[in-house]
Structures are given as C-alpha cells and as structure tokens.
Design a protein around this ligand. Structure first.
Ligand SMILES: *Cc1c(COP(=O)(O)O)cnc(C)c1O
Length: 370
C-alpha cells in the first residue's frame, strides 16, 4: 500500500546524518530538533501552538484531558473512523456518542449532527477521513451554539486546506479548539516509529496540554494536574523536520496518483471514485473506491491474486465492534456506514508510484468487471 523504502532512499543522506548526530549528542529526549520541528510545523500549518506527543491517539487523549470533562460527559464521534478516536473517549470514562457519516465525503454528516447533541455533550470530534476536511464551518457553528469543544482528528489529513464561505482558508486541525495528528510511518507525514502532535490557537489550552503530556508538571517535580507521559523522540523529530520540507511534494505526488485513478475509472458503472468536496483540498491519505452492484471481497481477492495489495478501511463500523456495542443510543441506525463497510476498497497510493504500476493496477481493477 505504501513504499517507505524508496521514499527513504531519496532523503537517506540527510536523514542518516541527522539521526547519527542525535546518537552522538545522546540528545534522545527533548533534543533541540523537537522544538525546531514544532516551530516548523507551526509555520507550515498556520497554528499558533504545536505540542509534540508520542502518537496520534495520545494527542486526542491529552486534548480531552485538558478540557476538564467529567465522567459520563458525552463526546460525539463519527461511527465510521479508526478506533483510536472513540477509544480515548471511553478510556477517560466519557461516553462516545456515535454519529453517521456523509456517504460521499465519508466524514461526519453535518445534517444529522445536531440531533446527537444533548445537555451532556461536551465535545465533537470530526475526523478528516482519507485526507479531506470535514465540513468545518457548520460544525463550528453548531459547536458555538451549544458551547461544546471541537477536536479535529487530523491524523489522515495533515496539510489539507478548508475554505470558509467568506473565502478564508485554514488548514485541517487549526479550525477547532484543538487539532490532533499522527506521524505513524504510513501517514502522509510519517516518522520512523510513533509520533504525534497537537495544534491549538488557545494559549491556555496549549499550556495545559503541554503540562499534561509531561506528567502534569508545572515546574520540575511539581505536579499540578494528573497527566501522562507522552513525548516525541528527538530521533523522530529530526526525521520529521526533514520530511516536512517535502510534504507539499508528497501531497502533489499523491494527488497525481488520485487523478490517474480518477481518469482510469471515470464513468465506470461499478466504481464510484472519491468525491471531491468543493470546500476542501484532498491530501489523499487513502484512495478509496465505492463499488456499486459488485462483490467487493471478490475484487479484493482478485487483486491479491495479481499481487496488488488493497485494504478495507474499515471492515467494521464502531457500533458493531464488541468493545463499543454498548454505546448505541435508542433509535440509532447507521445504514450508510454499514453500506460503506461492505462496499469500500482502498487502492495503493503513495509518493513513489510510477505510471507502469498505476496502469497495471487500474487495468487489473477494470478487468475484474469484464
Ligand atoms: C492513525 C490514526 C489515529 C491514531 O494515530 P496513532 O499515531 O497510530 O496513535 C487516530 N485517528 C485516525 C483517524 C487515524 O487514522
């Protein structure tokens, strides 16, 4: 699905030098590159504050810990997402409230969001799935109306740009009260292990989240709040600092792949190519097709027999996961997510694909339907 080896070869000299330097200086924890990378990411994203942490899941957890939520408080999360988003809600003894997604964008359905709000709702977590922004303008309007926090899960959409109706543009993760992201190796900005970061525009929240990620420490050995231990290693920071310079090009390469696939499958009666929102750019973390009147699992098997990897993101929506099945509310039904679970398939997309590979994949997919 991704080719991280070829990507590394292109930046090997620079990365090797930087990693060796960390070892020679033994600056493994909180070395200078951690702050430098966060400063660079702040400039790149337009976020006032960037707080490093250990992974994208911790990023969401630290954000929620900073919001003084009480056990039983409700947090709305799309039912169609990676489990991490709901997991930290449950871990903090909050209640995940599932919301349906839009069948085209795969992101939280804004039209159905308001009816999920109750007096106990304290936060909404839109997930910018597959690389495109959720519809943030109406989400922020609803959040303001009900005075709830918005945490943007930006793990799949770093660099995506949302355009408001007045023309204002903002990057994914910098619109809500907090934005969280992941540097898992296969993410668009991936490090060589685990890593994550938190964006906020609010100085108070920034201070608090920084403290929480460091054992709730105000000054060394003085702990004001209950925290956790969530750091970005210096090794990962030096890699990220180098790769951030290439992120725009990586995004371009991913879009070229997506455009190729779009054209190859244009007008195909059994294939719906990814919908492009008019108010968001797409950074194509995934290229996900929806099949129409076709056996998705048979296509996946067929591709595997031709040595083409494919993935199902996600085979089981959260409300059918054993760990979360008790979180259903009366009247809940998630027919769209259930249909997506049966009909989506993601094709290989990464920064190092050539025309020959793309042709082979597209022609093989089409040959399945002949
Ligand atoms: C990858 C991902 C996460 C978690 O990131 P980790 O760094 O693996 O903890 C959270 N949410 C979404 C939508 C993701 O894709």
């Amino acid at each position: 699905m991704v080719d991280l080896k070829s990507q590394y070869q292109k930046i090997k000299n620079e990365v090797d030098k930087a990693v060796i330097e960390v070892m020679e200086n033994a600056s493994f924890i909180n070395g200078p590159a951690v702050k430098e990378f966060c400063d660079d990411l702040a400039v790149f994203s337009g976020s006032n504050f960037v707080i490093p942490c250990a992974n994208g899941t911790d990023a969401i957890q630290v954000a929620m810990m900073a919001m003084d939520l009480q056990p039983g408080d409700e947090v709305i999360v799309p039912v169609w997402t990676y489990v991490a988003t709901a997991e930290v809600i449950a871990l903090l003894k909050l209640k995940p409230v599932f919301a349906e997604v839009n069948p085209n964008t795969f992101c939280i359905d804004v039209d159905q969001l308001e009816k999920k709000i109750s007096p106990k709702t304290k936060a909404i977590v839109p997930v910018h799935l597959y690389g495109q922004c959720s519809d943030m303008e109406p989400i922020m309007k609803i959040a303001t109306k009900y005075n709830v926090y918005v945490i943007e899960d930006t793990a799949q959409a770093i660099g995506a740009v949302y355009t408001f109706s007045d023309g204002t543009k903002k990057q994914a993760g910098t619109i809500g009260h907090v934005g969280t992201t992941s540097f898992f190796p296969s993410k668009n900005l991936g490090c060589y292990g685990d890593g994550g970061a938190i964006y906020t525009q609010d100085e108070e929240l920034a201070k608090k989240m920084k403290m929480i990620a460091h054992h709730g420490e105000r000054i060394k050995y003085y702990h004001d709040v209950i925290g956790c231990n969530s750091r970005l290693d210096t090794m990962q920071a030096v890699v990220l600092k180098i790769k951030l310079k290439h992120l725009k090009d990586y995004e371009k390469n991913r879009n070229a792949v997506a455009n190729f696939y779009d054209k190859a499958f244009e007008g195909h009666p059994n294939i719906a190519t990814p919908y492009r929102s008019s108010n968001s750019t797409h950074v194509f973390h995934q290229y996900t097709l929806k099949l129409i009147n076709a056996d998705r699992d048979a296509l996946k098997e067929f591709l595997a027999s031709k040595n083409i990897p494919s993935m199902i993101y996600y085979p089981v929506p959260l409300h059918h996961q054993l760990a979360y099945k008790d979180n259903l509310q009366p009247g809940d039904s998630f027919e769209i997510s259930e249909l997506l679970a049966k009909s989506v398939i993601s094709l290989p997309i990464h920064t190092e694909m050539d025309e020959e590979q793309l042709n082979y994949i597209a022609e093989t997919v089409k040959s399945f339907f002949l």
